[in-house]
Design a binder for this molecule. Structure first.
Ligand code: HGY
Ligand code: MN
Ligand code: MN
Length: 415
């Protein structure tokens, strides 16, 4: 059996083909979880899985699996690869899709080279990794790993008022398998870095050994609608101004700290949202992240304390709803070592690193040894149509995944 490399043309063509599915009238890529657009992406992924001769399975939260279990291979815990194919609004074509399609590509290549794996090899596309329509993010893999009850997840109400379970039914991806029906032996996820580190250092491969903690909250501030022209500043209970003070507070605090802490207010809505009415209500989200759990808790406490002061000073009501909370995750050092060795064997520079973004791997790490491989993002840009990774880096990353999977399929996890 001669060890091959992946079929680069096939992988790159699939990435670009999937990247055209789910464009809105403005040409933006929008494949929100369980939407009609995402259904089209799911359908295409399933076609490619079937074309590869894999068995398709869908679980109750809509996670899609392509299963390669050659005749004679024991019903052992599988090697699991994959990522997600749902996107944010105005997405790039690589986030998630690169890992899901590379996982499929690796299986097809190993089949073609005649590998007799010691265990099944499975590729997954997890539901609702982005959390853009239904919170929390990484929902499908979180349910799969037993971190969220599947019925509770299916009852989630989206930003558009829809219910996830009904949407999965409607698009035909409310599967019958119980989440967690395949307990992985190991999980490896290939993903674009979505940050500036690898490009800045001129390194083509990242061996991801940990992933930072994530805190998502929704804050609602209530004041009084009043006339923009007649109401003296001293008499205002201005929810909009109070919300703006929170945005400034978060940025100033993160900037002043010499830690990797990041804070983002990504969504904000005023009511009644009229040019000459002082906002009576401001609703916005806060995304806090830090690789250190104690620091992340400190940031959450600092925000809580600031909101209390703000409520008094601005004479407004403030309520907070938690949307997601994930502690930092350490990945499996044995698999990280295999990634570094695979890069060395292919003559590629590699560095260990932390993931700033959330990924399905952080959830699957709850039930199996897991790790990630990163490739450079040009300009560190992601969640943006300008997201870009050079073809040679995409191919190199997929070949590293191939070599790590081949090693695990033959020898299992390093002792
Ligand atoms: O939020 C994240 O980091 C991921 O893109 N869902
Ligand atoms: Mn992603
Ligand atoms: Mn993303």
């Amino acid at each position: 059996m001669t060890a091959r490399s992946i079929d680069a043309a096939r992988l790159l063509w699939r990435i670009r083909t999937l990247g055209e599915i789910g464009r809105d009238s403005d040409g933006r890529l929008v494949r929100l979880a369980a939407s009609d657009a995402e259904k089209l992406g799911r359908d295409q992924f399933v076609v490619w899985i079937e074309d590869a001769g894999l068995a398709v399975a869908v679980d109750r939260i809509g996670n899609i699996f392509g299963i390669w279990k050659p005749d004679g291979v024991a019903d052992e815990a599988p090697l699991l690869l994959g990522s997600h194919i749902d996107t944010v609004i105005g997405a790039g074509i690589y986030d998630g899709c690169y890992g899901a399609l590379s996982g499929l590509e690796v299986i097809e290549t190993l089949k073609a080279e005649g590998l007799a794996p010691s265990r099944p090899i499975v590729v997954a596309a997890f539901t609702n990794e982005e959390g853009a329509r239904y919170a929390p993010d990484m929902m499908g893999s979180l349910v799969y790993a037993g971190g969220l009850d599947v019925d509770a997840a299916l009852a989630t109400i989206g930003t558009d008022g829809t219910i996830l379970g009904q949407e999965l039914e409607r698009i035909g991806y409310a599967g019958e398998h119980e989440p967690g029906f395949l307990r992985p032996h190991a999980y490896i996820e290939l993903h674009i870095e979505q940050g500036p580190v690898l490009e800045r250092e001129g390194i083509p491969v990242g061996a991801v050994e940990d992933l930072q903690g994530i805190s998502w909250q929704r804050v609602t501030i209530t004041g009084d609608a009043n006339h923009a022209g007649t109401t003296p500043i001293s008499m205002r209970r201005d929810a909009g101004h109070a919300a703006a003070r929170v945005v400034i507070f978060l940025r100033e605090r993160a900037k002043a700290s010499n830690t990797p802490t990041v804070a983002t207010v990504g969504c904000m809505r005023f009511e009644p949202d009229v040019i000459n009415v002082i906002p009576s209500r401001a609703t916005f989200t806060v995304d806090l992240r830090d690789p250190d759990e104690d620091r992340l808790r400190e940031e959450e406490t600092a925000l809580t304390n600031f909101l209390e002061i703000l409520s008094t000073e601005e004479q407004v009501g403030i309520s907070v709803e938690r949307l997601a909370r994930f502690e930092p995750v350490k990945f499996d050092q044995g698999i990280v070592g295999l990634i570094e060795k695979a890069a060395r064997d292919r003559g590629l520079a590699c560095r260990r690193m932390t993931s700033g973004a959330g990924h399905d791997a952080q959830m699957i790490a709850r039930i199996a040894p897991s790790a990630m491989i990163f490739v450079p993002s040009i300009g560190g840009i992601s969640h943006n149509p300008r997201e870009y990774t050079a073809d040679e880096d995409l191919v190199a990353g997929a070949n590293i995944l191939l070599d790590v999977v081949r090693q695990l399929a033959k020898e299992g996890l390093p002792a």
